[in-house]
Ligand binder design. Structure first.
Ligand code: PA5
Length: 419
């Protein structure tokens, strides 16, 4: 399961839940009342139930026998979640290479390393119009066409069900394709084929992933006292009211190293915007990794401004890998497990930050596996959606991001070089 530890939070959560019950219930009711309303972009709630798509992804995977490498082209919501899941769960049966940039040297190096006859290119874009994605796709398409006669078998497209240039291209060329449902926005799409397809190739328990996400859905509908996303949304909300403008997501797990970056996008792009009265709202999410960042950012978290809420994510179980005798180790360490060390490090951070006056809580995962990753990601989507209601913002649009996309295209149309 996923649990919440507030031992070092420095406030009485049960009391706060009592005080905020009305607002939290109104947030939940407001959100759920829009479910099914076109344009409300709440389709992410249904993705864990979509076993038909899961079967289609599996069927497709079974029909592709040539792939040793998979290039996943996409950016933002079309990339970060897939990357986080791949790093945590992928078994490496097919090597997955994310392409979420347009830097020439890494693009060229990747092309030089791969064999087009053994490569599958997965291009992902909800809109089908994103500049970085389309440019990189054009490059890989050209490479496939020159390197393999049946290039069409080497391309799979994930995009809007009916609109956009990538959907048209897939139809015209008769390519394999999957859909990001119309009512699912980019950063909420990780449990659609965006994240499922690469995992099906690298090898992971997709059913467990969706089953964990279904558990998050169930918990989000429970009464307040048992409702994890309403509780964590309240903790985020209270920190914001206290003037803590930064929320750090610190994963104590190397396998979860890309989850913080996925969370940063989800939180910042969903919540940093004008509210209904036109006021600027939002807190800045920061990614961190434990224990590495104990030797870096934690100095600032402890002695810098008291402007943070720090969320740790910590596994409770793992391989019983034991520390042997070794030079310099204190006598009590040999025989203890690496998990003991990891957990001691996390608890030490929690205590050090609490002593300094930062707000801190821990999300515990029984283990880092498909079930708990599915639960965690879906939980964080619920938390974000509830916060959107509390802060009076539309958590499902991104006008600032869209503006950046438009301005980049306008610059390129004129010239675009940095003078
Ligand atoms: O969350 C979002 O909507 C964005 O971050 C998009 O995922 C990102 O801009 C990529 O867009 P697209 O999937 O249309 O290429």
């Amino acid at each position: 399961m996923i649990g919440l530890c507030t031992d070092h939070l420095g406030l009485d959560l049960d009391r706060a839940l009592g005080e905020w019950e009305g607002a939290l219930e109104a947030a939940r009711a407001g959100l759920l009342a829009r479910k099914g309303v076109p344009g409300s972009f709440l389709g992410w709630m249904d993705l864990p139930e979509d076993t038909e798509t899961l079967r289609a992804v599996r069927r497709y995977r079974e029909g592709v026998d040539f792939a040793e490498d998979l290039v996943h082209i996409g950016i933002g919501g079309s990339s970060l979640g897939a990357l986080a899941l791949e790093e945590a769960l992928g078994e490496g049966r097919v090597r997955v290479h994310p392409v979420d940039h347009v830097e020439p040297t890494p693009l060229k190096r990747l092309l030089d390393r791969l064999d087009p006859r053994r490569t599958l290119v997965h291009v992902v874009s909800k809109s089908g119009t994103t500049l970085e994605t389309l440019s990189a796709f054009a490059l890989f398409l050209d490479w496939l066409k020159k390197g393999t006669p049946d290039w069409r078998r080497h391309v799979v497209v994930t995009t809007d069900p009916s609109r956009g240039p990538l959907r048209r291209f897939a139809q015209e060329e008769g390519l394999a394709s999957f859909s990001i449902p119309e009512e699912v926005g980019g950063r909420y799409s990780v449990l659609s084929p965006v994240g499922l397809l690469p995992l099906a190739f690298s090898g992971a328990d997709l059913e467990a992933l969706l089953s964990g996400a279904r558990m998050a859905n169930e918990v989000a509908r429970r009464p307040l006292g048992e409702n994890l996303p309403l509780k964590t949304a309240l903790l985020q909300h209270l920190a914001w009211l206290e003037g803590r403008g930064i929320t750090v997501f610190m994963a104590y797990s190397a396998r979860m190293r890309h989850v913080p970056a996925w969370f940063v996008q989800l939180h910042d792009e969903s919540l940093g915007k004008r509210d209904r009265e036109g006021r600027r709202v939002g807190t800045t999410a920061l990614p961190a990794l434990g224990p590495q960042d104990q030797h870096a950012q934690v100095q600032l978290f402890r002695e810098g401004p008291l402007d943070k809420l720090i969320v740790l994510a910590l596994p409770l179980q793992d391989e019983p890998l034991v520390i042997p005798e070794g030079p310099g180790l204190p006598g009590f360490l040999p025989g203890r497990t690496f998990l003991d060390v990891l957990q001691a490090e996390a608890l030490a951070t929690e205590e050090a930050l609490a002593q300094a006056g930062q707000r801190v809580y821990t999300l515990t995962l029984d283990r880092v596996d498909a079930y708990h990753l599915g639960w965690l990601l879906q939980h964080l989507m619920w938390q974000t959606a509830f916060l959107g209601e509390l802060w009076g913002v539309n958590a499902f649009d991104q006008p600032g991001v869209e503006l950046g996309k438009r301005l980049a295209l306008e610059r390129l149309e004129k010239d675009g070089r940095f003078q």
